[in-house]
Design a protein around this ligand. Sequence first.
Ligand code: PEP
Ligand code: MG
Length: 581
Amino acid sequence: MAVALYGVAVGGGIAVGRAHILKQGMEDTPHYAVPDAEIAAEVARFEDAIRNTRRQLEQLRNNIPENAPTELGAFISLHIMLLNDAHISREPIDIIEEKKINAEWALSQQMDLLIAQFDSIDDEYLHARKQDLMQVVERVFKNLMGYDENDFVPEQADLFDDTVLIASDISPADTVLFKDNRIAAFVTDFGGASSHTAILGRGLNMPSIISLRYARDLIAENEVVIVDGIDGVIILQPDEFLLKEYRKRAREYRARKRELSKLRDTVAATQDNVPIEILANIATPDNMAEVMKNAADGVGLYRSEFLFLNRDTAPTEDEQYREYAKIIKKAAGKPVTIRTMDLGADKNPRWFEQTRGLNPAMGLVGVRLSLAEPQMFRTQMRAILRAAIHGEVQIMWPMISSLTEVRQCQVHLQIAKEQLAESGVAFNPNVAVGVMIETPAAALMVGSLLKLVDFVSIGSNDLVQYTLAVDRANKNVAALYQAAHPAVLKLMLNVLRTADRMEKPVSICGEMAGDPVFTRLLLGMGFRHFSMQPSKMLAFKEIVLSCHIEQLESKIVPILKNDDPAKMSELLEKLNKFQAT
Ligand code: PEP
Ligand code: MG
């Protein structure tokens, strides 16, 4: 009987292949006492292993294949840095000398200690780095054990063309091997969504799933498995029926990707010639490669706060300037909307202490935190104004709930401009400013807000959360989080109609914007500017091309009249089945 294991989907489609279980280094660590006379030799053996590991990593870094993910070099450098740290390269020697034990055991003791330290810190980023540390230690271990270099990665001769690698974890360095097309997919038992393995997996475009937990215990060498990187499920012992079904799905996925890529240069307009703007949501300058690959019209939401997280101090003005300039230059003349740091609630910087209160999402979040830290806020806006000399830039303030906040933001922006003028640094004083509509208050007061700013963008993720009083990150109330709830749609309509009347631009940039379930509804309601994950753009464009706005406008009337959330999904299904004539 077929068995399904669920993990975190990294992406890359579907593969059917034979399992190859990767040998993991730290199992069965030898443990023995070393006589006094041999301690010096044991230390030398450990130092040799460190040297060999460094040499191997440097060699890998110097021979990165051209088609490898761009981040790979940086990740291998991080591993070299970890290796050079005294925690790994020096402290095990102290353990060998003090406890008079063999190097492998000393190394594993040291690793246990370091892991315990990492585990005591409640920080997703550091947890991901724990994974890096373990990968480096494992490589040192394999060198100590005298494993052949091929044990780090499976020997090519062993592999079928359709090999699925099953590992407890895979290091960035090991992924170099994946470029060999003999590997069809990989799955791991460890790793979080922000682990380097996940980041690289996404870049590799190979079916992959992480965080499966028991894959290595449950899967046998050579057994046929199905890896579905779209839904994050691996199927063991599939019968003929399942194999046939998934082979078909894999073919369909590949064909669909090829088909969608043809739309790259097609102008996004509906059948009745209404142009639709497709912008990208990004978190770092690295995302710009995919943005440009999919021919986005620009960046509709740069979540700048990611630059402020996972570090011990806030970034300086110069550092921010360089980061923003990178994005603006990569956008090559296309507009870039920089949202000022949207920190607080689930995005807490290490360097900013605050009491969280009972309802963090209603606490010092978004622009409230910026206004409470005016120096930091002005520093960021100075950096944006300076970077704005390199292209078309807009500033957007998040989590606005009153006119007072906007006026305060404007004062700080004005001061930032005066400070720059005084210091004589080049900057662009004519940057458009806008606000996010993420609270019911902002949606209801949008007319007055738009008298103060140039544009608005609906952040549907938060607008839904605050309208329905449903925590967007709490799985206990996930069923109540209904993006197209009638109350949410009424607020959105108010925003759209008011902005239209005032002839000011309005866009939507929450997850709803790129979700194909809502595309027709949003087009029918009047949205013309959408900002979404780059990976969603081409499928979105495909729907746009199939739509006729005038026809949609009449088709969505029952949805806009409906006040019953229970009827919404049925109405949406009907709308999405409708074919434009
Ligand atoms: C939103 O709330 O819809 C939004 C785009 O902002 P974030 O998801 O970053 O809160
Ligand atoms: Mg938001």
